[in-house]
Design a protein around this ligand. Sequence first.
Ligand code: ARG
Length: 569
Amino acid sequence: MQKLKKEICENLKRKLDGLNDMHGLTVSEIEEFIETPPDPAMGDFAFPCFRLSRVLRKAPAQIAKELEEGLSVRGISKVESSGPYLNFFVDSSYLPEIVDSIVSLGEKYGSADIGHGGNVVLDYSSPNVAKPFHIGHLGTTVIGHSLKKIHSFVGYNCIGINHLGDWGTQFGKLIVACRLWGSEKEIEEGGIDKLVELYVRFHKEAESDPSLEDAARAEFAKLEQGDPDNTAMWRWFIKISIEEYKKTYRMLGIEFDSYNGESFYTDKMPAVVDELREKGLLKKDDGASIVDLSEYSLPPCLILKKDGSSLYPTRDIAAALYRNRTYAFEKCIYVTSAQQILHFQQWFKVVELMGYDFAKKLVHVPYGTVSINGTKLATRTGNVVLLRDLFSLAVEKVKSIMEAKNPDLPDRDEVAEKIGVSAIVFHYLMNTRSHDINFVLDDALDFDGNSGPYAQYTYARACSIIEKAGESAPVGGGTVTSPLESDLIKVLAEFPEKVLVALREYEPSVIVRYILDVCYSFNRMYHECRILNAENSDVRDFRVKLTRAVRTVLGNAFDLVCISKTEKI
Ligand code: ARG
């Protein structure tokens, strides 16, 4: 369809150049004008003539009429003016070409080379060590990873960084709690759960014994000075935590290129503070050091506390300078909850004031909050729902649904894990990221609803048809014999454009909703048109080939949004 659109625009350009006193729109400018009519009965592409009206000094409807005359485009069966619009109808004889190109491009279909191998750094997931990895981290983890996949798909070289919260006073607390109430053996066995338990206990006990807080501060100060015992403990906590996170990442098919967290930048901080001072940006404020941003209607950015210790923004500035030096990035993307919008505005501004041009390549991608209801989830730590528990619960529920549906399926446990985890991801990513969402597990797992399982079922259906068809249908030729086939092909043709929209808007939901469009359209065709037992072998071959195109598009789209592919359910 992209090709067809280009062809239309090239023809329109020739036509427009023929009309007098045109100021010469370029083909790509014309392309930006092209719309998709709201109702397919009005055509597949529309060119609105409003904006030409001033230049040409004619009514839009008349321009549409003049353009219509004698305009013919290969692959377009009809060009028709309708009021101020010029509408184009795709010739159904062109559609098999689209199917062929999807099938032959395979895994490359929908990709592009707009990144030219440039570096894009993505900072996402980034949990705080020894604090629970909870449902609030679902957004940064799956949005971040999808954005990484989407950027790679369009030709960027992506570097995924897990900017662990691995530095701060919580480590002093944990060290105290461990020495008082923990044992090495218990912690080795209990892992992160034990650490969180100790951390929670610390807070409880500190309520009645404030001296604990002083002890924690003292231990953290020792850690900052490089005390060997405390450093060893700190390293151990991080190791335990990363091992645990990796279990969740493995379920999601996520790997990071770097686990350089906040602690990695401790030795890079003094240089940043010096630079800020040299550039005249630092100000003393009640003993603390700040950068005044009042001129930009922002609250001051805190750089150093009264006691001289550095803060979250300072570490982010140091990290950005380091990443720019190390990766010379074209974009550095941060995915966090919307609660951190101000934090990013502030320190992005500071980087700009330091005179760094790369400040405009820093992108914050915020997302809304998640709440859960409709399901009781056992929580071990107060009110937070752990991500791992949410996944396990989903997997258990899927297992019982599948036991009823398909008791003989081999590898049922493995398939159930893929479906359960993907159901959560799908349900979450379906929403526009800035919206706050209320997570209803039963909706996520509704096999007949707009859900991950529904999409995976559709994918498995396509796989099974292809398998049963045996010999792959020859690429080339075929004819469209049903309007449902045309509709489906047109939906499949939208994929490359959807990828670009998702990229431009940092919005994986565009891909997830598109997956649903493909599924509806394919299932409608599947129910109305016979595929394997079609009326003759030409029709059958074409429909099998179309099914292969569906599998390609769904598979490519699933990969972009962390949904696993299941050939059998
Ligand atoms: N650890 C932080 C949190 O859990 C998120 C870090 C985001 N990345 C960054 N470079 N600030 O809230």
